[in-house]
Design a protein around this ligand. Structure first.
Ligand code: NAD
Length: 512
């Protein structure tokens, strides 16, 4: 079957119906949705107005005022039900992710699995929103730290993880007692509408079993950057969690800070791996191939820079070039294809531009050409590009959101480590080595400066149990596991005097 003969409109409507979305929601709107698999227009959905956005924020604030009164473990029960609904809808939602974003089947399903995993994590968390008891210098006093709900959590998400990013934020924000309001990427409204419908199913079950989830606990705003900007500026949204490009974060961060709001910024990455002279090259080859080519290079954690020790360069790099030449590219829903399409034409053009710039800087390009354009003119499939670079310069220090791997030879471990850190972004990194000194140095204080640093696995493909995010131009935010939940709550220090005197701290006297 060629790409041109594939048709997704009817299947999309039937998938949406399976989540309970009315067919009318898919036609007649101003936002046109296309599948990157074959470029076909699959829906035209309605966009929210600026006025309605403001009303929605007010309604979300009201929902917060009620939800914060529900005990946290009972809030966790709603997320448990959400996890159940997601389990039931996994096949369909995973398929819709593939149709709307172009991910291969296992990655579409994996994205939904990630949503399920964070729900499980958040259910446990709902009984573990711990504060400290702190030693006090005053007799008959107790000092402690308590954590309280914050308010409306604004979520702005990128196209490449169209639903998982919402769940990382929403599952935590909701058990923490917040309401949420979500502005997904304008490129992926369908998976967002589906997710909202699945959430509403969970709410219905929750309330039917006696739960008290208010209306507008989770709100979806379909619209462009202007709608995101209203969220960013609104005083009733104390926390903005924004995932996307560094350019977006540069606009959003200062605006939220100007009103003393809080932000979690999850921005672009330019992730590297070092291959040491003792590396297991079979394992390295697999780790590099998945990290650099998987998801057609459209993960924030995609491997983009590879520093290879000179003693293994001539063994590893030809094997990698061979893998790049033979990897299967095509319809991501067809078993056997490992590389799906780029999201759109703009993405393809930026990739070609970066490859030209690499050549101008002395790079030797393998691959990178467009394939299957004769089958569907509006679908953009590329052979992943491996570029041998003489040094780290030009496009190598930028994030191009496409499958380009820049490979650079090194002689000295400390130089490779310096190169790893010598870019503006700081999301993920890894080292392939069997030398314990190199491995430990890489994850030490003098090692990688990224939010994620791995040994003998690539930089891409995080689990929800750890805190996720990065430093420098990646924005500094942390989401998902570990103690990331603290960003969704406000901390309060409480001192309680259970005595009959009033000793002042630091021995201060004030007798009246
Ligand atoms: P993008 O920056 O174009 O858009 C992301 C979202 O921000 C969209 O919903 C968009 O409408 C909104 N937006 C853009 N400008 C805005 C503004 N001024 N105010 C409010 N909202 C605004 O990103 P994209 O192309 O969808 O996604 C790819 C980028 O996202 C890559 O750079 C990738 O590295 C990054 N990303 C980062 C992470 C992470 O966790 N660090 C995860 C996924 C993607």
């Amino acid at each position: 079957m060629t790409l041109a003969t594939l048709k997704f409109s009817a299947e999309t409507a039937s998938l949406m119906a399976s989540f309970g979305v009315d067919a009318k929601a898919l036609t007649g709107g101003t936002l046109s949705v296309r599948s990157p698999i074959n470029g076909e227009a699959i829906a035209a959905v309605a966009e929210i107005s600026a006025d309605d956005t403001r009303k929605a924020i007010d309604a979300a604030h009201k929902a917060f005022l009620e939800w914060r009164l529900v005990p946290a473990p009972q809030r966790g029960e709603l997320i448990r039900l959400l996890g159940e609904e997601l389990r039931a809808a996994k096949t369909e939602l995973g398929r819709l992710v593939s149709i709307e974003v172009g991910k291969i089947t296992s990655e579409g399903l994996g994205e939904v699995q990630e949503m399920i995993d964070i729900c499980d994590f958040a259910v446990g968390l709902s009984r573990q929103l711990y504060g400290l008891t702190i030693a006090t210098e005053r007799a008959e006093h107790r000092m402690m730290e308590t954590w309280h709900p914050l308010g409306v959590t604004g979520i702005i998400s990128a196209f490449n993880f169209p639903v998982a990013v919402w769940s990382w934020n929403a599952a935590l924000a909701l058990v923490c007692g917040n309401s949420t309001i979500w502005k997904p990427s304008e490129k992926t409204p369908l998976t967002a509408i589906a997710t909202q419908a699945i959430f509403e199913k969970a709410v219905k079950r929750y309330n039917a079993q006696g739960g008290k989830a208010p209306a507008n606990l989770s709100t979806l705003l379909i619209g462009g950057r202007d709608i995101g900007e209203i969220l960013v500026d609104h005083p009733k949204v104390p926390l903005i969690s924004a995932t996307g490009s560094t350019a977006m974060g540069r606009a959003v961060g200062p605006r939220v800070a100007a009103r003393f709001g809080r932000s979690i910024l999850e921005l672009g990455g330019n992730n590297a791996a070092i291959v040491g002279l003792t590396a297991d090259l079979d394992l390295t080859l697999r780790g590099v191939a998945f990290s650099a080519m998987g998801t057609a290079g459209q993960r924030c954690t995609t491997l983009r820079r590879l520093f290879v020790h000179e003693s293994v360069y001539d063994t590893l790099v030809p094997r990698l070039i061979k893998a790049y030449g033979s990897v299967t590219i095509g319809n991501p829903l067809e078993a056997g294809n490992l590389i799906g399409p780029l999201i759109d034409k703009g993405s393809y053009e930026r990739m070609q531009h970066a490859l030209e710039a690499a050549k101008a800087n002395g790079g030797k390009v393998h691959g990178g050409d467009r394939v299957r354009s004769d089958e569907a003119a509006e679908a953009f499939y590329v052979r992943p590009a491996l570029v041998e670079m003489p040094e780290q310069c030009g496009p190598v220090v930028e994030e191009t959101f496409a499958p380009i791997l820049y490979v650079i030879k090194y002689a000295n471990f400390d130089d490779a480590l310096a190169l790893n850190n010598d870019v503006p972004q700081g999301l993920s990194s890894s080292i392939f080595t069997n030398d314990i000194r190199e491995a430990e140095a890489f994850v030490s204080d003098r090692g990688s400066d990224c939010g994620i640093a791995n040994v003998n696995i690539g930089p891409s493909g995080a689990e929800i149990g750890g805190a996720f995010g990065g430093e420098k131009e990646t924005g500094g935010g942390r989401e998902s596991g570990s103690d990331s939940w603290k960003a969704y709550m406000r901390r309060q220090t409480n001192t309680v005097n259970y005595g009959r005197t009033l000793p002042l701290a630091q021995g201060v006297k004030f007798d009246i």
